[in-house]
Design a protein around this ligand. Sequence first.
Ligand code: SAH
Ligand code: TYD
Length: 406
Amino acid sequence: MTTCRICDKNFEPFISFGDMPIANGFLAEKDFSDEYFFGLATGFCEHCNMVQLIDQPAREMMFHDEYAFFSSLSSGMRNHFAEFAEKLQAEFLISDDPFAVEIGSNDGIMLKNIAQAGIRHLGVEPSANVAQVASDNGVNTISSFFDEALAAQIIADYGHADTITSANVICHIPYLHSVFAGIETLLKPTGVFIYEDPYLGDIVEKVSYDQIYDEHVFFFSVMSVSKLAAMHNMEVFDVEHLSTHGGSMRYYIAKKGSHPISENVARQLQKEQQLGLDQANTYDELRKRIEKSRTDLVAILEKIKAETGKPVVAYGATSKSTTVTNYCGIGPDLIDYICDTTPLKQGKFSPGSHIPVKPYEDFLADYPDYTLLFAWNHSKEIMAKEEGYNKHGGKWIVYVPEVKIT
Ligand code: SAH
Ligand code: TYD
């Protein structure tokens, strides 16, 4: 039995993935023997509809001064956040001297657009190395974890906010009541809190179970977020489905009664009911589909090795792939190396499965017959970039929404 982090009721896990390392914990060979593992399992609270991890490692084990994820490495994401910054300026940063706060601003991928427009802003980013990159790019950043106490400090130092935004961060934070209480006090009376995270509906539809790893403690739906917002005198006044990170939802939240409610909210709630996101049975079915995905992926990789003996390379040392390699038992015997553009990951090994991570240039030099697409969420960007590989006859192995060779 686990107690729900949102409503305090008890629930059981619907799936356990076994022992997992820190998903972004790319490591050197000398550190293999000290690697940290925890039990990765997920449950669904029938009472408030929140899907969540059973256990999560301490935040300092995940977010520190050697954090390996740099948002701005993806051109697709740079465009996505430039567009979002434009929308913010046009619709929400319209008071005389607007103030924009971002929670988990990383290397400044979104806020640098706001900074360049000369708008007062503050990035809150606990991972000191990525926060430093943002500061170097002219983004006003403090290296702290956001919570209710920090919100009070921000009010004292800067005043109240017109917008509080956050992308791919709120789902990382287990103490959400402190975060939502802080947001409610930090917002101006008509201020807005807009956040986006991978969407539970997409995970269920696409069996994208690799979204489940240490950092992602919550898997949100409009149902669960509406209930959470109501507990803090706020409400969801609009929602927008996004294609980023394999399917995300953007939630527009404000103090109760301060904004008209869009029809999109009721429409999405209805879709969620049709998808069964409020039914325990949906998650039992999901477990069965995840188990099948594992069986199919391992079978394809073993078949290629047995029949061709050729190298198989993986593309993108994503955090998500840590769940896939460890849950499926995929190691260097099945994947020769993972190529990745992040300098901090190169020359290291993947967490738990210890597959070497090599520079992207190695992939270009080798053009392997088979490439397992770990960064499937960037598939559009990668397919445009890898026309040469495709013309060369290279084959992609994908596993979302189903395992196949393309
Ligand atoms: N917004 C960026 C970064 C997402 S990665 C993007 O969408 O690309 C998640 C980020 O959240 C990390 O940079 C991590 O350091 C930060 N983070 C984790 N816990 C946090 C907290 N309590 N407050 C603020 N940021 C946090
Ligand atoms: P991403 O899928 O954004 O995130 P997560 O770690 O949350 O699962 O990670 C993308 C990884 O893939 C990152 O390490 C950079 C790498 N990458 C490439 O190597 N080449 C590319 O063209 C792209 C888009 C990403």
